[in-house]
Design a protein around this ligand. Structure first.
Ligand SMILES: [Zn+2]
Length: 286
């Protein structure tokens, strides 16, 4: 337990929910709120809702939740009136079923069976958009998201083809580029590159075929592992049950600056890359 405490203290910085965290919330909401009917909604922070407020309230009142899905880091709540709510949690958003209302609770959905869903957001960067279902495909086309990494059709061949189009980009930046591949952010890009033994600074044109294969395997291995652990909680991320994710003990490099590498004991390095940090082992990652 001491080890876990030490690890938690290292996580002073915040992490944005990435694919595993949003996927966790998606599955939990499907278990908890799918099929429920919204009685009404209370909006305590109007700027969170990117839709005329009165219309928003009228639109959700009395409708049923059909399903919850995910594209990239966005949640899509399909409603029975042929509209969808698109939710981005950004840096510190939370969707908690039957949680405790706090000063960071900006939106509350009350269901007809007395349950409620809270939308909390400390930093207030998140949003809720309303999109008619028949415009959903257009909405996502405009976002320009890259492929979903966990779909079967995202193969090594697809990954290679996409890399060829972005030869001059450093691999870590590319992994985090939502237009290149959807859902990966700072944590999992660092972890995938450690798994692959590839430095975040490498330009993609310099990667050997075997290294590309290892990065691809890292994507297909680490993201599902993190989903099974309900994601990574540093500070603000909680799942839909208000619980922390359990991936922290499995983290190898992210936010472990100056700590010994678990493989070779070399100190983990942190560098700045395009205003974000990259963490890596200078010995294990070439
Ligand atoms: Zn190492």
């Amino acid at each position: 337990m001491i080890l876990f405490g030490e690890k938690l203290r290292n996580f002073g910085l915040n992490n944005m929910p990435e694919l595993p965290e949003v996927e966790t919330i998606k599955s939990q909401l499907n278990r908890r709120i799918k099929g429920k009917r919204i009685k009404n909604v209370k909006v305590r922070l109007p700027k969170l809702v990117k839709y005329p407020l009165k219309k928003f309230k009228d639109l959700v009142r009395g409708v049923k939740i059909i399903s919850i899905s995910r594209r990239a880091k966005l949640l899509i709540i399909k409603l029975s009136n042929d509209y969808c709510l698109i939710i981005h949690l950004k840096l510190s958003g939370q969707l908690i079923f039957n949680g405790q209302i706090s000063k960071h609770t900006h939106l509350i959905y009350y269901f007809t069976d007395k349950g409620r869903l809270l939308h909390n957001d400390l930093r207030q960067f998140g949003f809720v958009k309303v999109v008619p279902q028949d415009e959903l495909a257009d909405f996502f086309t405009k976002q320009g998201f890259g492929p979903e990494p966990l779909l079967k059709k995202f193969t090594l061949e697809v990954f290679k083809q996409r890399l060829l189009k972005r030869k001059k980009t450093k691999i870590k930046l590319l992994l985090m580029d939502q237009k290149f591949i959807a859902g990966i952010g700072n944590i999992y890009a660092d972890e995938i590159l450690f798994f692959a033994g590839v430095s975040p600074l490498r330009k993609t044109e310099m990667l050997k075929s075997l290294e590309i294969k290892k990065i691809f395997e890292g994507i297909k291995k680490i993201l599902p592992e993190a989903i099974r652990k309900h994601g990574t909680s540093s500070r603000d991320y909680f799942d839909a049950y208000g619980k922390r994710g359990n991936y922290v003990p499995l983290i190898k490099v992210y936010q472990r600056e100056n700590k010994p590498c678990f493989s070779c004991k070399t100190k983990i390095k942190r560098i700045k890359m395009a205003n974000r940090s990259a963490h890596f082992c200078p010995k294990c990652q070439k």
